[in-house]
Design a protein around this ligand. Structure first.
Ligand code: UDP
Ligand code: MN
Length: 242
């Protein structure tokens, strides 16, 4: 019997969206006992994402919430409303008898299937390295005798939890027991999303290191190049979904 992994993916319409979702779903299909919570940054569920999920073969929940226009600016944290909508869904649709692990899976990262084996046993909050992030090859928690004792990070090392969104998972019951733990808009500074959230639910000394005491990279903070549509001078004569 395996606790369900709830992967929360905020996503928004752009040229590469379906390609990103395809890459993700092909990984997630290899993960047993998996539930994908996809939250569109939009005013409604789009046809593209609805059809995509229906054909994916995955167990999923399809939500949407638009980011207010004033927050769509450089330097503003992304996908705050979408992650919070997913947390709200879990709090209303799951109960103390459900066992699960919650993970924030952005749509452009690269996930190893083994990562999900590692996070499956999360009791409270587990952590691991993330590759290609923070202006260096990797960031990771530093572990001594099974405890997190510090951080190897290239950026804003004095954050309470200097870790990327892809670097931790939370037991479902921790999410349910802390009903007010959410991602912050007001007062949140760039790069503080993870810290603002984690300090509401845990302490550094109780983090559970995974991935061989945080010595293996099983997830990469890849970013997809913006596509060149420079030759799109005329509208496609035949409209097909891309
Ligand atoms: N995202 C979103 N709306 C936006 C921008 C981003 O829902 O206006 C989603 C995006 O699809 C991804 C997550 O938020 O799942 C993080 O965005 P991005 O990968 O651009 O951030 P970065 O990698 O720069 O931290
Ligand atoms: Mn990204």
């Amino acid at each position: 019997f395996l606790p369900t992994i709830y992967a929360i993916t905020p996503t928004y319409r752009r040229a590469v969206q379906k390609a990103e979702l395809t890459r993700l779903s092909n990984t997630f299909r290899l993960v047993p006992s998996f539930h994908w919570i996809v939250v569109e940054d939009s005013n409604a569920r789009t046809e593209l994402v609805s059809r995509f999920l229906a054909r994916s073969g995955l167990q999923y929940t399809h939500l949407y919430v638009p980011t207010p226009r004033r927050y769509k600016r450089p330097g503003m944290p992304r996908a705050t409303e979408q992650r919070n909508a997913a947390l709200g869904w879990l709090r209303t649709h799951r109960s103390p008898k459900d066992s699960g692990v919650v993970f924030f899976a952005d749509d452009d990262n690269t996930y190893s299937v083994e990562l999900f084996d590692e996070m499956r046993t999360t009791q409270r909050v587990s952590v691991w390295p993330v590759g290609l992030v923070g202006g260096r090859r990797y960031e990771r928690p530093l572990v001594d005798k099974g405890r997190v004792v510090g951080w190897y990070t290239g950026w804003k090392a004095n954050r309470p939890f200097p870790i990327d969104m892809a670097g931790f998972a939370v037991n479902l019951q921790v999410v349910l027991r802390s009903p007010r733990a959410l991602f912050k808009r007001l007062g949140s500074k760039p790069g503080m999303q993870e810290s603002d959230f984690l300090k509401q639910i845990t302490r550094v000394d109780e983090l559970e290191p995974r991935a061989a005491n945080c010595t293996q990279v099983l997830v990469w903070h890849t970013r997809t190049e913006k596509v060149n549509l420079g030759n799109e001078r005329w509208k496609d004569s035949v409209q097909i979904e891309v």
